[in-house]
Design a protein around this ligand. Structure first.
Ligand code: BJW
Length: 231
């Protein structure tokens, strides 16, 4: 990849599948019989906050399981960033912390993070990685009177985080690499087209082809094909 200077990598649930975290839309992609759309919307949170807190508390607890660790695909991207000479941005749709734990630095978790909660009054974000569960009685430490908190997750209908930084990097990228995402959720699903319009070479790494719109594709389990691709 020596011919490229500016890279944007986009990752989705597929990169963490071999670490033991379920994807959203593959077989068994349901959570206790709920589709993701039933628990990942502001309307769902308003209608049934207990269910939504429980969904994210369970997934955060799973992250603390010692069996859930970065796999060779996460580690290969961290190595790629260290060796990269130009600008490097890793945009992840994942709310786990496996990229950060594997040593990636320029990471934009565009759909938020399981280990953070957001004050419903001020919007301030705080680290809850050491907190067991949060619910409607968990109060912020930024307001007086204290306010309730919500998971710092971008739900359907909400604007993903750091879009300005992402769009800037996409407009300057000469290579865009999409890994382990079904390309069904916007705006991330449109990033390859945006980068391509500006002249970037686009590559897909996935178990299977998701669309015919990438210039190049490599197919297989992420923990095999990502290390091979970046080598
Ligand atoms: C492997 C593998 C292995 C498996 N190795 N690969 C109609 C048309 C167009 C758009 C819309 C529309 N109606 C509504 C919208 C907008 C909406 C949207 O896109 N909806 C679609 C369902 C149509 N989007 C939004 O609302 C977003 N906001 C927005 O658009 O705001 C407007 C705006 C944007 C920008 C600027 C200004 C304004 C917000 C989207 C929020 C998404 N949130 C979720 C849940 C929260 C996080 C959480 O709880 O964890 O994020 S949804 C869920 O899907 C999650 C994921 O990040 C996201 C993407 O899923 P992902 O990662 O692709 O996973 P899967 O399961 O789909 O795919 C796994 C892939 O891995 C597969 O391809 C496998 O083959 C592969 N794989 N094992 C390699 N071992």
């Amino acid at each position: 990849m020596g011919e490229y200077r500016n890279i944007v990598v986009l990752t989705g649930a597929g990169i963490s599948a071999e670490s033991g975290l379920k994807t959203f839309r593959d077989n068994n992609g349901l959570w206790e019989k709920h589709r993701v759309e039933e628990v990942a919307t502001p309307e769902a949170f308003e209608a049934n906050p207990t269910l939504v807190y429980q969904f994210y508390n369970q997934r955060r607890a799973q992250l603390k399981d010692s069996a859930i660790t970065p796999n060779p695909a996460h580690l290969a991207l961290a190595d790629l960033e260290k060796a990269w000479k130009g600008s490097f941005l890793l945009v992840t749709q994942n709310v786990d912390d496996l990229h950060q734990r594997s040593g990636s630095v320029n990471v934009v978790p565009m759909h938020g993070q399981l280990n953070q909660a957001r004050c419903l009054n001020s919007g301030n974000v705080s680290d809850i990685s050491g907190v067991g569960v949060i619910d409607a009685r968990t109060l912020c430490s930024c307001c007086n009177p204290q306010s309730a908190m919500r998971p710092d997750i971008v739900w359907f209908g909400e604007i993903p985080q750091q879009m300005g930084r992402i769009e800037q990097a996409l407009s300057q990228a000469d290579i865009f690499v999409s890994i382990g995402t079904s390309g069904q959720v916007y705006p991330a699903a449109g990033f390859a087209a945006l980068a391509s319009e500006k002249g970037a070479h686009t590559v897909e790494l996935n178990l299977e082809q998701t669309s015919g719109s990438f210039h190049q594709g490599f197919y297989g389990p992420a923990s095999d094909i990502v290390p091979e691709f970046v080598a």
